[in-house]
Design a protein around this ligand. Structure first.
Ligand SMILES: *[C@@H]1O[C@H](CO)[C@@H](O)[C@H](O)[C@H]1NC(C)=O
Ligand SMILES: *[C@@H]1O[C@H](CO)[C@@H](O)[C@H](O)[C@H]1NC(C)=O
Length: 140
């Protein structure tokens, strides 16, 4: 079968794969305690890129764990805390999103999940990054 990828220049493929896991969830630290009804800063970084990056959308979700079972953002996002563009301050390789943990969010362990859909390079290779970490939620 004809493969489009095989026909693409090697350099382009190499560049694409190097960026496959490029998004970082830097804040809050894993294991942080969040308070229902309160604001928290979620910092999402993307490194410095030598080539064209076009971020389509960032989604930040908070999903409670049930009975010790947690779910990553590839399965459930839970409460959507943010969805929209990525606009780092010029010279910064991250954006701070100030989001609010919903009032009445179940106390206990939860997964903070981030999805970043972006396109890389002159040929707009689509990339989805899924990031997650465990946090703890307390009621106010
Ligand atoms: C979250 O990410 C880690 C790797 O960073 C992974 O081991 C874990 O299974 C993921 N899923 C959840 C629900 O936390
Ligand atoms: C991003 O948030 C962190 C933590 O609240 C803060 O220390 C930092 O100064 C913020 N940076 C910018 C550019 O807003």
């Amino acid at each position: 079968m004809f493969s489009l990828k095989a026909a693409l220049p090697l350099a382009l493929l190499a560049a694409g794969s190097a960026f496959a896991q490029s998004t970082q969830l830097t804040l809050p630290a894993p294991g942080s305690t969040l308070t229902a009804g309160s604001e928290v800063t979620v910092q999402v970084g993307m490194g410095g890129y030598p080539e064209n990056i076009d971020v389509v959308s960032i989604v930040i979700g908070l999903m409670p764990c049930y009975g010790g079972q947690c779910y990553g953002p590839n399965e459930f996002l839970g409460s959507i805390l943010y969805q929209g563009p990525y606009n780092p301050v010029s010279g910064n390789y991250f954006e701070n999103y100030t989001v609010t943990v919903p009032e009445g969010f179940p106390a206990g362990e939860a997964t903070l999940g981030v999805i970043n859909f972006f396109m890389v390079g002159a040929s707009y290779e689509p990339v989805f990054d899924f990031l997650n970490e465990t946090v703890y939620v307390t009621s106010a």
